[in-house]
Every structure is written in C-alpha cells, then in structure tokens.
Design a protein around this ligand. Structure first.
Ligand code: NMX
Ligand code: MLT
Length: 435
C-alpha cells in the first residue's frame, strides 16, 4: 500500500521531530510517580507508555486515533453493501492517523489480497498438533511458523540501520495481517469441520473473507458482525497485556512474527482475551442451571453464591475502564437490531441488569460494568459459531491490526530496548527504613 507507507513516513518524521523537541526541552518533566501499592497492584494507574494509535478514556472508553467507537463507525469507508467499515480502512487509520478515503482503504485491502498466500509449512505445523489443542495455541504457533518469512530479520542480518527498520516492520506487518483471516479459518476448519483448506475469495474484503473461508458468508448479518467485531477488537492503547507483551518483545528488535506471537500468548489468559470464551461458557451454565432464562432475583442469588465461592464473573470489570465498555454497547446495538429475542442475548441483558449492582455491593471492585467480553461470544453463538474456545482467535486476529501498527510506530520513533529496573523485597524494606 504505497499511499499508506508514504503518509506513515510523513507522520513518523513529524512525530520524531516533536519527540526530539520534547526530550530536549522537557526531559526532566515528571509524568508519573509510583507508589508501593501500585507496584504490588500490577502497575495499575501508572502512566509509563506513550502509544499514539489509541487511548482508553476511563469514562468514555476506547478512542482509536481520537475517534470514539460511534465516530469510527461513521467516518471510516464502508465495505460494499455494508453498514460497517472495511478493515483495510481501519488499518490505514491506525497506521497513519488519517481517515482514509475509499481508494486508500481499498488499496490496503488490495495489498492484503496480494499477500494472503500462506506457506505450506505453516499449515503443516497446525496439522501436526493434536486435535484437542487450544485454537489460541495453534494461532500463536502458526504466526511463529511464519517467522521464516520475516524480511526485517533477513535485512537486519545483512546490516541495516535504525531509519530503515520501520519500513521492513511495515512490510512484515502487511504480510502477516494479510494472512490472519486465512490462518484463523484454517484453524477453524481443521479443528471443527471437514479440515479442507478453503482459499480466500479474490473479490471479498478482509473481514468478509474470513466468513467466506469458514463457509458462512451466505448470512449477510454474520458478515456484518465480523466486520464490526474486527473493528471493535483492534486496539486498546498500549498497556493491555497483549500490546504490552508485544511492545516489550519487539523492543529487542525481535521481528513482527515473534512480536505478534507474544501478544497472542498474552491474550490467551482468562483475565484478558479468553474472558469471551469463559463468559459464554458461564452464560450457558446459567441457562442450563435454571433450565432457561432466570429472573433477576434468581440471577442475583446465583451470582452472589459464585462470588462467595471466590469466583470471578467473566466479562465484568476492567483495569482502566470505569464505565460500560462502548464495544459492549456497539455489539448490543447489533443484537438489538437483528435478534432482540435471542435467549442468550436476553440473558446477557439480564446479567447486565444484575451484576453491576452486585459487584458494586462488594465495595472492592473498581469497575462493576461489562467489558466487550460480556457479550461478544453470545453474538457468535447466535450465528451458530458454537466452538467457544475459538472466540479468542477472532479477538486475536483483530488485535494484531493494532499491535502491528503500534510496533511499526515504535520502530519508526526509534524507541529503545524496554527494560525497567527491579529490586528485591528486602531492598524495598531497606528503602522504607532509610526514608
Ligand atoms: N468478578 C469478581 N471479582 C472481581 C471482578 C469480577 N468480574 N472484577 C474485579 N474483581 C475483584 C478482583 O478480583 C479484586 O479482588 P481481590 O482484591 O479480592 O483480589 C478486586 O475486585 C479489585 O479488582 P479491580 O481493581 O477492580 O480489578 P483489576 O484491575 O485488578 O482487574 C480484571 C481487572 C479485568 C482482571 C478483573 O475485573 C476481572 O478479573 N474481570 C473478569 C475477567 C474479564 O472480564 N476480563 C476481560 C477484560 C477485558 N479484556 O478483554 O481483556
Ligand atoms: C483489551 O481490549 O485489551 C481489554 O479490554 C483489556 C485492557 O485494555 O486492559
């Protein structure tokens, strides 16, 4: 995508100058202080990263390149006959910070189409694993197997200098992201279906192609859900476990394949991306327990019992958000439009009516509101995508759009190796004694 690269080069250059200026004039400006509590609480609330692709406002939710979700859905060029954006346009925005016109969005889509072919050995890696392997393991392995293709790694070995890095990271990123729907579909078909490889359709956009490759593109609303889903999950600033892991790994100049695989591994945890699988499992358990939709009173008792046993309610709470996740709202709007009577969706709404109140009453939960994972699985389930362990793969391929954009920016801004300092508990006690 020539245009995207050209605009990216322009913005990186401008941003480098701004950062040089800031470093020169405000090098000692204090951004954050860290307390002992924060160190023992997952560095929560300590601002120590600068990420330009997006920002999570605690009270408004995600802003991708400063656009809220409703704004984003409005400004990005739409896929054909669709209410939702082309993933190619979203990628252009993440990379450059500029809203693309249709031609620019389609140029990214066209670049992806040219690069979708997955080398045979990557499929063989997936094939070699036992059938019961978790799809997130397969996705991470497939991405890692693609590392053989890294242009950056080859050029680095030959000898290149810093200003050249980001361009090769961009090439690798385009090559990787082009293949992600193919990898996800291959994993799906191999694990749950007939196992045959279905090549991408040359006329379809990135998101619709995934639906096509798992033979679900005949349902236009499912295709719409995929387009929305891939936009919503793409980026969540720099500190979420996926982006944070990826950032650290790429700061060692590990190429985009090592970087993305590391991010996927972080996403696979139940407190993070796996929560969509866990939440759907939990919702189904509730339906099974009550033999249908429980009343609010029944549900409240059930939730309190779970909490008394020390269990987590998946899909609720957040490290940064202090409000309902706008990604939850966007998905609820789609369900409300097309299938308000769906039983699982009705349960999602009932849980939403009960759980925030119950969690608030505990007095310790900082955010009692639903996050994206409280609903995303229920929508996939509605369309018959009922292999819950696959859900995080969809989160993952979308999130790699944000992670690769963040990585290209990090290399383009010449960010150094990331390496914070650690001390022992004993040293901490000594510091306190001496204070
Ligand atoms: N159910 C039960 N307890 C909770 C929940 C919940 N959903 N959320 C927070 N708490 C508890 C938490 O375990 C902690 O208890 P304790 O002090 O006894 O250890 C207390 O409330 C304070 O935690 P917070 O400061 O509110 O939350 P924190 O920032 O540490 O963690 C999450 C954020 C997202 C890890 C946490 O809310 C959680 O485990 N939620 C459920 C899992 C989930 O939905 N994850 C997906 C997040 C979005 N994503 O896609 O990544
Ligand atoms: C995400 O989308 O990454 C999650 O909401 C978790 C986070 O932001 O910490």
């Amino acid at each position: 995508s020539h245009r995207m690269k050209e605009r990216l080069a322009y913005h990186l250059n401008e941003q480098r100058q701004r950062i040089e200026y800031l470093k020169k004039h405000y090098g000692q400006f204090k951004v954050s202080e860290v307390t002992l509590d924060q160190i023992f609480n997952g560095i929560r609330g300590v601002t120590l990263l600068i990420t330009d692709t997006s920002y999570v406002d605690p009270h408004q939710g995600i802003r991708i390149r400063d656009f809220t979700i409703p704004e984003l859905l409005r400004v990005l060029p739409k896929a054909p006959d669709s209410a939702f954006p082309l993933a190619g346009g979203l990628y252009y925005l993440l990379m450059t910070g500029e809203v693309p016109d249709e031609a620019e969005a389609w140029e990214v889509e066209a670049t992806w189409k040219e690069r979708m072919t997955v080398p045979e050995h990557v499929f063989r890696v997936i094939d070699a694993m036992p059938r019961e392997t978790h799809p997130m393991t397969l996705l991470s392995q497939a991405i890692l197997a693609l590392q053989t293709e890294s242009i950056f790694a080859k050029r680095y070995e030959e000898g290149i200098s810093k200003p050249a890095f980001w361009g090769y990271y961009l090439e690798d990123s385009l090559n990787l992201t082009a293949k992600l729907p193919v990898l996800a579909a291959y994993i799906y078909n191999r694990k749950y279906r007939h196992g045959a490889y279905i090549p991408p359709h040359p006329d379809l956009d990135w998101s619709a192609n995934f639906a096509y490759m798992i033979e679900r593109s005949d349902d236009p609303i499912f295709v719409e859900l995929m387009r929305l889903y891939f936009v919503l999950h793409s980026d969540h600033e720099g500190g979420n476990v996926t982006a944070y892991s990826a950032n650290v790994v790429s700061s060692s100049l590990a190429d985009i394949y090592f970087t993305a695989s590391a991010g996927i591994n972080g996403l696979a945890g139940p407190l993070h991306g796996l929560a969509n699988q866990e939440c759907t499992r939990w919702l189904l358990k509730v339906l099974h327990h009550f033999g249908g939709l429980p009343s609010e009173e029944q549900l409240e008792d059930y939730v309190r019992e779970q909490l008394d046993k020390g269990m987590t309610i998946p899909g609720y709470g957040h490290a940064v958000l202090r409000t309902v996740d706008p990604r939850f709202t966007a998905l609820a709007n789609l369900a409300e439009t097309y299938f308000p009577q769906d039983q699982l969706y009705r349960l999602v709404k009932r849980v939403y009516a009960v759980v925030p109140r119950v969690l608030s009453s505990l007095g310790k939960v900082k955010n009692p509101w639903p996050n994206v994972d409280a609903i995303s699985g229920a929508l996939l389930y509605h369309f018959g995508l009922r292999q819950l362990d696959f859900y995080t793969v969809l989160f993952g391929i979308s999130r790699m759009l944000g992670v690769t954009a963040q990585t290209v920016w990090s290399r383009g801004l010449y960010k150094p190796l990331e390496r914070p300092k650690s001390i022992t508990s004993q040293m901490l006690e000594a510091m306190i004694a001496q204070a």
